[in-house]
Design a protein around this ligand. Structure first.
Ligand SMILES: [Zn+2]
Ligand SMILES: [Zn+2]
Length: 362
């Protein structure tokens, strides 16, 4: 057992409480990582606000980077290795893992049943999103970490754990966007901007960024968007029609949980096109589609969880792109905060004023 400070959610919608918790030692196949940085993802806010239910108390946070402090039996990593920590826990052997879908691994792990965290009263505290990274240290399965190559700073590296692989992976892995495609991105937050980066990597010919926030559209342009559209000026349909001579988009990425974005996607996609759902709406939100158009135009609706990423393959490749100047990470960080000010950092993500706020540890 190790005593750590963590931000605990005790009541949905209430501020997180900074408490001292006890963290179990890593079991077989597990590692204990001392965190240097953890980014706040919109999913953390959704969980803390109760949008997706779940048991409390719990510690959220799942987009982290740090250094291995201790390894359990059978772990091939060495203490001291700098790593990215993700929520993707996989066995590598089940049918889904064998098919490249380790984000949907069907294996059961010891950590799925028993949280490594207890509070001062000895009550179990939930291991939110399989990571519980709003804390000084985490215990996770070794499949959840990827070594950091070179001198990539921890705060930038942390973004690779979720926002970046979710956005780029949706383009490259889930959709398989072809060079020359027309791509529309609805919502240019932490994930949507990485869809823009992914579309640029995939060499899409037209990349149309859509949002209500002019600052996000400016950043989207810097990251590779060829066109940007402020929804406050009206729908984007006409721009997409003009760009494609009426054929409409090859790919429409819905990178926000906003029901209105979901509802507008169908009209933007053309023959043989695909709508890719990347954002996670609140539980209970539904959408509708016209099956005759879907079949008649040979269209697809795809769901993308964590960009269908294979982290041991994709994260090192993205680090390489970062080092070669093809992938922006540093510029995606809005502000840095100490753990004690996490509620302020969460509020900025909740209100949409921040892209990625990162909690940094000394
Ligand atoms: Zn996330
Ligand atoms: Zn598996």
């Amino acid at each position: 057992m190790t005593s750590i400070r963590a931000a605990v959610c005790r009541s949905f919608g209430a501020p997180l409480a900074i408490e001292t918790l006890e963290l179990a030692s890593p079991g077989p196949g597990e590692v204990r990582v001392g965190l240097r940085a953890v980014a706040i993802c919109h999913s953390d806010v959704s969980y803390a606000d109760g949008e997706w239910g779940g048991d409390l108390p719990a510690v959220f946070g799942h987009e982290a980077a740090g250094e291995i402090l201790e390894v359990g039996d059978g772990v091939g990593f060495e203490v001291g290795t700098r790593v990215v920590v993700t929520l993707v826990r996989s066995c590598g052997e089940c049918h889904r893992c064998q098919c490249g879908a380790e984000v949907a691994c069907s294996a059961e792990f010891a950590l799925d049943g028993t949280s490594p965290l207890v509070d001062a009263d000895g009550t179990a505290v939930g291991h939110g999103m399989r990571t519980a990274a709003f804390a000084e240290q985490v215990v996770v399965h070794a499949s959840q970490i990827v070594p950091i190559d070179g001198d990539l700073p921890a705060d930038s590296a942390s973004l690779l754990a979720c926002g970046v692989i979710t956005g780029v992976g949706a383009v490259v892995n889930t959709a398989g966007v072809e060079p020359g495609s027309t791509v529309v991105i609805l919502g240019c937050g932490g994930v949507g901007l990485n869809v823009v980066q992914g579309a640029a990597i995939a060499k899409a010919a037209s990349i149309v960024a859509v949002d209500l926030n002019p600052d996000k559209l400016t950043l989207a342009s810097r990251l590779g968007a060829t066109h940007s559209h402020d929804l406050a000026t009206g729908p984007v349909d006409e721009l997409v029609a003009d760009l494609t001579d009426g054929a409409m988009a090859d790919y429409v990425f819905v990178a926000t949980g906003a029901p209105a974005a979901l509802a507008s996607a169908g009209a933007l996609v053309g023959t043989m096109g695909a709508v890719v759902i990347v954002g996670m709406p609140a539980t209970g939100v539904t959408g509708s589609f016209d099956p005759a158009t879907l079949a008649g135009s040979n269209q697809r609706i795809l769901g993308s969880k964590m960009g269908t990423s294979v982290i041991a393959r994709d994260i090192p490749a993205l680090m390489q792109r970062y080092h070669e100047g093809e992938l922006e990470l540093d510029g995606l960080i809005s502000r840095r905060f100490p753990l004690d000010r996490i509620n302020e950092a969460m509020d900025e993500v909740r209100s949409g004023t921040a892209l990625r706020n990162v909690i940094v540890f000394d």
